[in-house]
Ligand binder design. Structure first.
Ligand code: ADP
Ligand code: MG
Length: 475
């Protein structure tokens, strides 16, 4: 076989193993320059792709080459040699591909072939024939598994969602996903919804506030039956941002009965929140124990690699050629969450479209984003803001967090505030003590050290601090 034949066959295998987005992003413009005496040289378009393939996909490539080439491959190297166009390899549709015909909603027109990221085939979807049904189910056509990039910080949540989609009501019921804003909770939950919907099952997605408002509205009109009929007749109920149930006793009661009914009949429930169940203030014990009776998974801020992959995927969808260094620049500067990342990309694209003769380069991206007033700046927080955000997070009045009262409930939030003031603003312990009703600076030091070690040892504390930081820099 010639190197070209070997590489075409290897790409065929890689296409099946990797998601379509990853395949196109990292392998589209590659070639096999040489394959001899157990050693292969893969040609890549730039150093960025070279590093990426070496670090992320090397073992897939070695595996594929070993299977295809008759030689025993001992070494695979990567050499930068410019762009190779390989339309044939891209056009080939993998066996597991799902053809998704997007409806003509604003911003998404045209057809697209998107590969399934799961290793096991998921059912064939052709759901976009019936946009009205999708809307009634509360589903957004963009939030599918195919459009979701898996990274270290969301792989567990993704795996749980994927398992639930395959065995509805049988594993992980309820599934509870928590994490800060813009990290893909709604997207993942809805991805399950799409799969279930495509199996002609009854799916309902509602933001928690809709659930609450409908309950209040229908009960007031004396139509509680309607409410029960709607929420108890589904195969999959998804309630987003369930933390808003906190403190709403009537709705909690309605939700409790709805939950029990569905659960008893093995109907699936998926919930999301910005914090773990235990941290939701004023949540009834019986609901807490229901939420904790299933599977709880968290999502965290994506790492740089994942942020770059998300940008690349968005650009693929929009048919935009985003140079690697431009992607790197955006992803390195917008770190908080994916929603902000998408916002920055949209801003850059809109800006450059207005000024038609400017190209999308790292330099032009830098210019657009430096005028982006919301570009987060680490360390721009103040002790006052930290106190405010921590008090809000734990639903405590500021006076209680800072005041002299020794109420037990305020103790831990106060220690978190101390930790964050020191960590994020670097002010002296004596100054922190002054802000907290003249407390002694050694107490401040101990509190700081205690939280610092808890962050290492306790996942919940780690998640809480991450969420508070997110609010700090997002507000
Ligand atoms: P959350 O519900 O956690 O606040 P969303 O699910 O609304 O976040 O996600 C915010 C935006 O970011 C959406 O447009 C979503 O499609 C996108 N997004 C988040 N995570 C990912 C991911 N891993 N891959 C692709 N897109 C993502
Ligand atoms: Mg959401």
């Amino acid at each position: 076989m010639t190197p070209e034949q070997i590489w075409n066959a290897a790409l065929g295998e890689l296409e099946l193993e990797l998601s379509k987005a990853k395949f196109i992003t990292w392998l589209e413009h590659t070639s096999l320059l040489d394959c001899n005496n157990g050693s292969a040289v893969v040609g890549v378009p730039d150093t960025f792709t070279k590093t990426w393939l070496e670090n992320k996909y090397h073992h897939y490539i070695v595996k594929a080459l070993r299977r295809i080439s008759r030689d025993e491959i001992n070494m695979v190297q990567y050499r930068v040699c410019g762009k190779i166009n390989r339309p044939a390899a891209i056009k080939k549709i993998p066996v597991q591909a799902i053809s998704v015909k997007k409806n003509n909603e604003a911003g998404t027109n045209g057809e697209k072939v998107v590969a399934n990221q799961q290793s096991q085939p998921l059912p064939n979807i052709n759901i976009y024939n019936d946009p009205n049904g999708l809307i009634a189910a509360g589903l957004n056509s963009r939030y599918t598994f195919e459009n979701f990039i898996i990274g270290k910080k969301n792989e567990l949540a993704h795996a749980a969602c994927s398992a639930v989609a395959k065995q509805l009501g049988e594993v992980y019921n309820p599934l509870f996903i928590y994490g800060g804003v813009g990290l893909g909770k709604t997207h993942l939950m809805q991805a399950v919804g799409h799969i279930v919907y495509s199996q002609q099952k009854k799916v309902l997605y509602v933001p928690c506030e809709t659930f609450t408002n409908e309950y209040i509205d229908l009960v007031r009109k004396g139509q509680a039956n309607k409410f029960m009929e709607k929420y108890r007749s589904v195969d999959l109920l998804m309630v987003d941002d369930i933390q808003f149930l906190g403190g709403k006793e009537g709705t909690q009661e309605a939700f409790f009965h709805t939950f029990n009914h569905l659960h008893r009949f093995n109907k699936q429930i998926i919930l999301t929140a910005d914090r773990p169940p235990r941290a939701i203030p004023a949540l009834e014990q019986r609901l807490l124990s229901r939420f904790e009776g299933g599977m709880i998974v968290d999502v965290h801020t994506p790492d740089l690699e994942t942020r770059i992959a998300i940008l690349k995927q968005r650009c693929l969808e929009k048919n935009i050629d985003l140079p690697n260094d431009a992607a790197q620049f955006i992803a390195s500067n917008i770190q908080n969450n994916v929603r902000e990342l998408e916002g920055a990309l949209n801003r850059v694209v809109a800006h450059l479209q207005l000024q038609k003769n400017i190209e999308l380069t790292a330099e032009s991206v830098k210019q657009v984003l430096s005028s982006y007033t919301q570009l987060p700046q680490h360390g721009s927080s103040t002790p006052q803001k930290i106190i405010q955000v921590v008090a809000e997070y734990y639903s405590l009045p500021i006076e209680e967090l800072c005041g002299s009262a020794r109420r037990k409930e305020a103790l831990f939030p106060r220690q978190i505030a101390i930790y964050l003031m020191r960590e994020e603003t670097h002010i002296a312990f004596t100054k922190i003590g002054e802000l907290l009703d003249g407390r002694d600076h050694t107490t401040m030091m101990h509190s700081y050290q205690k939280i610092a070690s808890l962050i290492e040892a306790d996942n919940k504390v780690h998640a809480d601090v991450a969420l508070i930081k997110q609010r700090l820099y997002n507000s």
